[in-house]
Each structure stands twice: as C-alpha cells, then as structure tokens.
Design a protein around this ligand. Structure first.
Ligand code: FES
Length: 112
C-alpha cells in the first residue's frame, strides 16, 4: 500500500455524505469523504482543537462541521470556513479505480 496510491476502501463502502478515517503510518490521520458521488480527502484532525473530523457531519455543500465547537471547513480545498476554525486543513487527491478508492498522501496541500 504505497503512499501515492494508498488504499482507502471500496467505492460502495461509502454512501453520499459519509466519510471514513484512515490512519496511515508515519503521518496524522486523514478522512475521506463521499459527497455527490465524488470523493475528497483532508487531514482528520481539526486545526482548532484535537477533534476527529470523521465524527462530525458533512453536507451536500462540501462542508464538514467539527464535532467539538461547530467550526467548519470546505472538504474540496481544506479551507477554514466558519469560526472558530481559522487555519486550513491539508487536502489530498483521491482517485477511484476499478471500484476502489485511493488517496495520494504525498500530494497533500493547504490552500495558500
Ligand atoms: Fe474543531 Fe474546536 S476542535 S472547532
């Protein structure tokens, strides 16, 4: 399971507005979301506190709400949207091949 092509789950394992946390070796956890039939990935740990975003709520507008204080991020870019989240998350490219979902852990980037 290499870092550029890190296996997450089967495409069918996630319904829309669901997400799954992954714990790759040697880096903080990442969360993979499915919204509108497309897949996105960001860091899993909120930049405000130590919350796991995989325990929050993701909606049709590509917004993840943190379970601790209700701050939000855009899952497409990692950008912080609502207070108290100010610092962005990194986001990662996701590909679907042969019904399997992969994330590229080497290409994580935060919005400028
Ligand atoms: Fe996420 Fe505070 S820990 S909003």
């Amino acid at each position: 399971n290499d870092r550029k092509h890190f296996y997450v789950c089967k495409e069918d394992d996630l319904a829309d507005n669901e997400m799954v946390r992954i714990d790759p070796p040697d880096q903080p956890p990442v969360v993979v979301y499915r919204v509108g039939g497309n897949f996105f990935a960001t860091d899993n740990t909120c930049t405000h506190g130590e919350a796991s975003l995989a325990e929050g709520e993701v909606d049709d507008d590509f917004i993840i709400e943190c379970p601790f204080h209700g701050g939000t991020f855009d899952i497409r870019t990692g950008e912080a949207v609502d207070f108290p989240c100010v610092l962005p998350l990194k986001s990662y490219p996701v590909t679907v091949e042969g019904g399997c979902v992969y994330v590229n852990l080497d290409e994580g980037k935060a919005p400028a």
